[in-house]
Design a binder for this molecule. Sequence first.
Ligand SMILES: Cc1cc2nc3c(=O)[nH]c(=O)nc-3n(C[C@H](O)[C@H](O)[C@H](O)COP(=O)(O)OP(=O)(O)OC[C@H]3O[C@@H](n4cnc5c(N)ncnc54)[C@H](O)[C@@H]3O)c2cc1C
Length: 477
Amino acid sequence: MIKSDVLIIGAGAVGCALARELSKYNIKVTVVDKNDDVGGDASKSNSGLFSTSATMPVGTLECKLRTIAHSMILNICNDLDVPYIECGSIAPILYPDQLETAKGLTERAFQNGVYDYEILPAKDILDMEPTLNPEILGGIYSPRDRQANQFIFVSAMAENAAENGVEFVLDCKVTGMDVADGKIHAVHTTKGDFEATWVINAAGLHCDEISDMVDECDFKINPRKGEFYVFSHDTPVKVSHIISSVPSPKTRGVLVIPTVDNNMLVGPTADDVEDKTDVKTTAAGLASIKSQALNMIPGLHFEDTITQFVGVRPARTPEGYDIRFSEKVPGFIGISGVRSTGLTVSVGLATYIVHGMKEHGLELVRKEGWKRTRKGIARFAEKTDAEKDALIAADPLYGKIICRCEQVTESEILQAIHRPVGAKTLDAVKRRVRAGMGRCQSGFCGPHVIEILARELGIPEEDVRKRGEKAFMLDKN
Ligand SMILES: Cc1cc2nc3c(=O)[nH]c(=O)nc-3n(C[C@H](O)[C@H](O)[C@H](O)COP(=O)(O)OP(=O)(O)OC[C@H]3O[C@@H](n4cnc5c(N)ncnc54)[C@H](O)[C@@H]3O)c2cc1C
C-alpha cells in the first residue's frame, strides 16, 4: 500500500499542473495514470493554443480560470523552458453575416477583460497574412493568442514536480475504491492499493468512471472528437498567425496553426461520438477540414500532409467546468468538463484547487529549496553551426544523428530516456525530442530508437513498445 497525503488520478495537463503546484509544499503527493507516459489523453492531442478568454461565455468558471491561467502561462513556460510562439490569431470574416457575429464577439471580449481583440479592415488583415483569401471582408485580430508544444508543456510540469519530490506511477489504472463512512479507505489499481487523505479526480475523459467509484457521478461525459492534418515543414504556403474560423458557441471551428515546431496543424473537427477511445480519422472529417481551410487560405498544399491524428475532448452534460469538493466523501475532489480549453486553464485550475484544499483544512507548509525552473533538452536542429560544435564538444553523441528528418541526435534521445519520468516507448521518445515526427514518420529512425531503448532500459528489443501495453515493435515469436 503506497500512502500519500494527496493522490492525483491522471497525468494530463490538469494532473501535472496540480502535481507541480502541490510540490511546493511539505506533503507527499503521488500521481497515477493508466498510460505508460505522462501527457494525458486529450492533453497530447490538441491544437496547443494558449488563447485569451475573449470568446468564452461571460461569467463562467471556465472563463474566469482561463483569464487567470492566460496571465500566468508565459512565466510558467519560461520557468520550465517550454517552447512557444507569440503569433497572435486572425479570424478572417468571409461572409456579411459573420460581421454581426464578429461585433458580438468583440463586445463579449470586452466584457471578459480582453480589450485588444478587435475587428480590422481587410487590407490590414491581408498585409499581416497575405496567404488569406483576398475576398475577405475584414478579420478579428487577437494579438495574445499563442501556440506551444503541448506535450513538452505537460511533461515539463511533470518533470519539475518529480524533481520536487512528487512520485509518478504509470501503467497504473485505478479500478475501484473502498469507501465507507464517508471516507476512501483504499484506491485499487492495477499496481496495488493506494491510500491518501485527498484523492483528486483529474482523469479527463474517464472522470465519470472515477466519480462513480465514490457515488458522485451526476453528469455524463460526451466525447467530442477533433481530427487534424499535420503538414511538412517545407510546404510552400505557410501562415504566421493562427488562422481561425469565426467562432461558434460549440467550437472555434477549423484552424490553420503555425506551430512552434514549424509543422503547420490544420483542424480540428468537433464531432460528438459515443466511444471515448475513438481516435480514428474519417474521410468525412478530413474532407470538411480541407474545404473549410481552403476557403480561408486557397493556396494551402494538402499534398504536403505528413500525417493526421485525432484528439477527444472530455465535454460534459450539463455543460461547463465542474470542480467539486465532495461533501459526502470529504477529501475527494472531482474535476469534470475540462473540454476545449484545459491545456491553458490547467495552471489556473491547479492554483484554484490548491487554494480550495487549504480552505477545506489542508495545512500547507512551503518547502524550502523548491525548484522553480527546469532546463529543456537542447535541440541540435535549432542551433547555429557554432552552437552545434559546442554541443558536440561537450557530448560527442550530439554528433550522431538518429532521426534524419528532424535532425535529432542520440544525445537528445538518451536525455529523453533518462530524465525524471523519462521515455520508455517509441512514442514517448518521439514526443519529447521529435525523433519520428518528420516526413518519413520514423521509417528511418524507428529501428535505431528501438536499439537505443532496449540498451538503455536493459530489455530485449522484442519488448520495446510503440506505446501502451501490447504495441510491441517487433514480432515476439
Ligand atoms: C481536438 C482538441 C483541441 C484542443 N485544443 C486546445 C487548445 O488549443 N488549447 C487548450 O487550452 N486546450 C485545448 N484542448 C483541450 C485540452 O486538450 C483538454 O481540456 C485538456 O487536455 C484536458 O486535460 P486533462 O488533464 O483533464 O485530461 P487528459 O489529458 O485526458 O488526462 C487525463 C488522464 O487521466 C488518465 N486516466 C483516466 N482514467 C484513469 C484511470 N482509471 N486510472 C488512471 N489514470 C486514468 C488518462 O490516462 C489521462 O492520462 C483541445 C482538446 C482537443 C481534443
